[in-house]
Design a protein around this ligand. Structure first.
Ligand SMILES: Nc1ncnc2c1ncn2[C@@H]1O[C@H](COP(=O)(O)OP(=O)(O)O)[C@@H](O)[C@H]1O
Ligand SMILES: [Mg+2]
Length: 290
């Protein structure tokens, strides 16, 4: 990033939000994240994206699992470029996009040796500017994040205007999600979260897990709005699809989890959006320490 570009981005940050956020086509940007790893985020992102495509939406998946990407592997793709090529200045966002299954476009996190593992503050700022100025004809961006509470996870999660937290009924997954939500709430003033419970025996197990999470947060955190998006059943066809490197919803469209993905998409499209609609949101100075 040149000094001039940095000064311009800093100016935008100091103004709070980018003026370009008022552009006409602003996609919904939904970060899918979790406290604990292995809860099913990447499979959920990929299958929800394809299901949203089936419902007529143009969807982009941003794989932000830097250095350890999964979306390309789950889709049987071998991308040539990834995020890191945006910083060298000779590739645009369009150059690094790849066509994924089911008409979904994918922005890969990893391609070949030497991919990024973390982002400096300058690069975070640069990326936000790049995406905020980008006006593609997408309806929805789904951001697949790494698990946990690292700076990168918090960066990509808070950059999205909508947050979907994936849990499973296991107590460790619920308590790690509670920790993540507390951090997003206390440090980032995030208030709205959609909860999706994966690997359930039935929907009432999903609802129980959601209520347990709500109780933990009720006891320790101020105003929060948690919405139960729904659940996805434990379905052995998911690991089968992973082994085939094909999205479940295309490999096994009739299996119970595939049917749930379609239902969840309809719910997601009906769901009202939180106050800061769409776009990639800009950050506050305090986070970037500038
Ligand atoms: N609903 C499900 N039923 C059965 N296995 C699942 C389900 N969802 C995910 N899995 C399995 O869980 C593991 C982790 O899934 P993944 O999507 O990679 O999680 P994450 O992205 O959260 O780390 C994979 O082995 C996948 O096959
Ligand atoms: Mg993953």
């Amino acid at each position: 990033m040149t000094g001039k570009e940095f000064t311009e981005h800093r100016h935008v940050i100091q103004n709070g939000f980018s003026n370009s956020s008022t552009g006409s086509h602003v996609p919904r940007v939904i970060a899918v994240t979790s406290g604990k790893g292995g809860v099913g985020k990447s499979n959920i992102v990929l299958n929800l994206a394809i299901a949203l495509g089936k419902l007529g939406k143009k969807v982009l998946i941003m794989d932000t699992n830097l250095g350890l990407s999964n979306i390309d592997i789950l889709s049987g793709l071998c991308p040539k470029y990834s995020f890191s090529h945006l910083f060298t200045g000779d590739k645009s966002i369009e150059d690094i996009l790849v066509d994924g299954p089911g008409n979904v476009q994918i922005l890969p996190a990893h391609a070949g040796p030497g991919s990024l593992r973390e982002l400096t503050a300058d690069r975070k700022l640069f990326l936000l500017g790049l995406f905020d100025d980008w006006r593609p004809e997408f309806d929805i961006f789904l951001i697949d994040t790494a698990p946990g509470i690292s700076g990168e996870v918090l960066y990509f999660t808070t950059a999205a205007s909508e947050k979907m937290i994936v849990i499973t009924p296991e107590p460790t997954s619920i308590s790690d999600a509670a920790t993540l939500i507390k951090i997003l709430h206390t440090d980032w003033a995030e208030k709205h979260f959609r909860i999706l419970v994966n690997k359930v025996a039935n929907d009432s197990e999903g609802m129980d897990a959601f209520l347990t999470l709500s109780k933990i947060l009720d006891q320790s955190v101020g105003f929060l709005s948690l919405d139960y998006l729904g659940s996805v059943p434990f379905d052995p066809k998911i690991p089968d699809a992973v082994r085939l490197q094909k999205p479940l919803i295309l490999a096994y469209p009739e299996t119970p989890a595939s049917c749930n993905f379609l239902e969840l998409c309809e719910k997601l499209l009906e769901a009202s959006m939180p106050p800061q609609n769409g776009g990639i949101r800009f950050f506050w100075k305090k986070f970037l320490n500038i």
